[in-house]
Design a protein around this ligand. Structure first.
Ligand code: FES
Length: 355
């Protein structure tokens, strides 16, 4: 059975075809979707999968892991998991998962993905933050025209994930890819003032940054100091998820929405998703995502708590209200983007699009 049918959790069972020990504390899982689910596992470079894992308390837990594979090279789906101190999920994956196992997985999601693979890109990663960044780099080199500079910070040489793959990529694309390694054991911490000198020649590029918060802060500070506008600096956000991600819609946040947050009893929403348009009832106290899932619409999501942006869509008519937003910036909101998992209707008719 490829799909988990309980509640609204649209998980799919993916087979682990291979486990690769990348470093002493990072494992990659090569995954295969069954033929009937394959279409749901097309993805954009930089996106992540959400895995349903056993939590420390025995209840299901959700963990997001970025795809290190590229959708443009013909390689299979691959996620990479690095052990996190005290992190039950990462230890479970590294210690328990073997080839032949099946994992329950939500389809790819996330907005840490370039609009165009043809532009010159500046990529910056720290530690396991290389995972989505490598996917973007491989995709740009395989399917785009631009040049790519990748700054990759690690504690020491032994912690460098994908060292051989990066070396091969550089050998294949010597004129388009430059990888700059930053090893703390040799060069010290990558602080903003030192990074600014290294990044200044690339200040006019679109920048994608993923890694520990201090590294992302330092890269962003450095880029702003050399004149990169904030809108060109894209950071991947990390967040922890509760097991409620897999709950049925009625058990999710909609049940807790106070009545004063709604000004219409039931709205009608026209939804455009994957080239299809449907019109549905949207109960006033129910977040849009829950209304869509309950109606059988296969809308994208991951965290269901306003933290990941996987459910982002755009309002094209009517008015809505967001209960929580930890991820969209003012510019996004001004353009009509909302988080479906946190959005309630304010007018009787609303139209939204996922395109
Ligand atoms: S599903 Fe993560 S913000 Fe909505």
């Amino acid at each position: 059975m490829p799909e988990e049918t309980t509640g609204a959790a649209r998980t799919h069972r993916l087979r682990v075809v291979r486990v690769i020990a990348e470093t002493a504390d990072a494992h990659s899982l090569v995954l295969q979707a069954p033929p009937e689910s394959a279409a749901r596992f097309t993805y954009r470079p930089g996106q992540f999968l959400t895995l349903k894992l056993p939590g420390a308390d025995g209840r299901p837990a959700a963990r997001c892991y970025s795809l290190a594979s590229s959708p443009h090279t013909g390689e299979p789906l691959k996620i990479t998991v690095k052990r996190v101190a005290g992190g039950h999920g990462s230890h479970w994956v590294c210690d328990q998962v073997t080839a032949g196992d099946e994992l329950e997985v939500l389809p790819p999601a996330g907005t840490f993905t370039p609009d165009s693979l043809d532009r010159d890109l500046l990529l910056a990663a720290g530690g396991s933050g290389i995972t989505p960044v490598l996917s973007i780099a491989k995709s740009a080199l395989a399917a785009g025209q631009g040049r790519v500079v990748l700054l990759y910070a690690n504690r020491d040489e032994a912690s460098v994930i994908f060292r051989d793959e990066l070396r091969e990529l550089t050998a294949h694309h010597p004129d388009r890819l430059l990888v700059v390694h930053w090893l703390e054991s040799l060069q010290g911490l990558p602080r903003a003032e030192r990074l600014a000198a290294a990044l200044a020649p690339y200040a006019d590029r679109e920048a994608y940054v993923c890694g520990p918060e201090p590294l992302m802060d330092a890269v962003e500070q450095a880029l702003r100091a050399v004149g990169t506008p904030g809108r060109r600096i894209h950071r991947e956000r990390f967040f922890s998820l509760g097991g409620h991600v897999f709950d049925a819609p009625a058990q999710a946040v909609g049940a807790d929405v106070p009545a004063e947050d709604c000004s219409t009893a039931e709205a009608e929403v026209e939804v455009e998703l994957d080239g299809e348009t449907r019109t549905l009832a949207w109960p006033a106290a129910t977040p849009l995502l829950d209304a869509l899932l309950a109606a059988g619409v296969d809308a994208p999501y991951s965290c269901r708590e306003g933290a990941c942006s996987a459910c982002t869509c755009r309002v094209v008519a009517g008015e809505v209200k967001m209960l929580r937003n930890d991820v969209l910036d003012d510019e996004d909101v001004a353009e009509g983007y909302v988080l479906a998992c946190q959005t309630l209707p304010l007018t009787d008719r609303v139209a939204i699009t996922y395109s």
